[in-house]
Structures are given as C-alpha cells and as structure tokens.
Design a protein around this ligand. Structure first.
Ligand code: ADP
Length: 172
C-alpha cells in the first residue's frame, strides 16, 4: 500500500512522528529558523550528538535521536542556498529529499515530517521548492520504501499555497 501526503500547519517540533527533518546548515551545530527551534525543543543532548557527526555537505543527510522531542529521530539535511538557480540548486534540493528517504528506509521510519527545506533564510523560491519536494516524495512513496505517511509542515500560508499548487499539478 502506498503512503500518503498530508499538509499540516504549525510547528514541526510538536509532531510525534518517527522522524522529523531538520533544515540544517553544514556544521550541524544549530542555527536559526527551524534548526534553532528543533535544537531548543530537543535539548542539549541533540547538539552533543550532532558534534560527533563532523558536519554534513549540502544535498546530504545525517540521522540522530530525537532526544526530548516527541519524534523518535531527527534527519538533518543541508539544503542549497539559492544563488539564482543556475548553481545546481534544484538538483541539490532533490538530493536532500532522496537522502532523507534513504535514511528513513534504513531506520525503519514509517512516518516522517518535513519543513520546507531551503525556503527560509536560504531563499529558495517556495513554488519551485514545493514542486521538487512533491515530485521526490511521490517518487519515494511509489518505490514503497515503507513510509505510510509524509507530513509537510506549512509554517506560513505561502508554503501551504505552494504545496497545494504542486499537488494539484500532479493530480494528487
Ligand atoms: P533554510 O535555511 O533551509 O532556508 P529555515 O529554517 O530558514 O531553513 O526555513 C525553512 C522553512 O522552515 C521555512 O519555510 C520556515 O518558515 C520553516 N520553519 C521555521 N520554523 C519552523 C518550525 N518550528 N516548524 C516548521 N517549519 C518551520
């Protein structure tokens, strides 16, 4: 049975899913936006674990425990900084989603929540990022990687609109 995609509004740190995804920076040592919120909610144990990982290149992902979060795990992925779209940004963003799903499969994750990676401080246009996210999520669900539900967390109304348009475009 294929998994489903659900749009949810609010704060990703509150979700009791198998894994939440963090839009991290290459140091994996915390930052602003969703990264800061996840570290605050998870407590100092998350930073201590992240320090053992030695960072993460753009387009890749790493997994840690959820510490004090309701989520069991955190998948940290480093999205591209938007520099106009001609520096491989779309491919790197797609790679983030693929690496997250690869880790999810390896760790038996069945429910996973994503923030809109790269669309905050990193400046990726929300509509293009949503189209890439939906395409990669549908591909992963079609491959049946064991995921039963993907939650897309809409932290603002523009993000929700972008996902709705991307889902409508694919006939979902
Ligand atoms: P990036 O550096 O990858 O752009 P940001 O954290 O700046 O990462 O933003 C990524 C997305 O996460 C944006 O859509 C932002 O609005 C959203 N966001 C920020 N805080 C939260 C949160 N607590 N829960 C869910 N999404 C959040």
């Amino acid at each position: 049975m294929a998994g489903k995609i659900t749009l949810v509004e609010g704060d990703i740190t509150k979700l009791a899913v198998d894994a939440i995804v963090n839009a991290a920076n290459p140091s994996l040592l915390g930052g602003g936006g969703v990264d800061g919120a996840i570290h605050r909610a998870a407590g100092p144990g998350l930073l201590a674990e992240c320090k053992t990982l030695g960072g993460c290149p753009t387009g890749e992902a790493r997994i840690t425990a959820g510490h004090r979060l309701p989520a069991r795990c955190v998948i940290h992925t480093v999205g591209p900084v938007w520099r106009g779209g001609g520096r491989g940004e779309p491919g790197l963003l797609a790679s983030c989603y693929r690496r997250c799903f690869r880790l999810a499969r390896e760790h038996g994750i069945r429910t996973v929540a994503f923030p809109a990676i790269s669309t905050g401080v990193y400046g990726f246009p929300k509509d293009q990022a949503a189209a890439i996210a939906i395409r990669e999520i549908q591909r992963a669900l079609a491959e049946n990687v064991g995921i039963i539900e993907v939650l897309l967390v809409c932290f603002n109304p523009e993000t929700k609109k972008a996902y709705e348009a991307a889902l409508a475009g694919t006939g979902e």
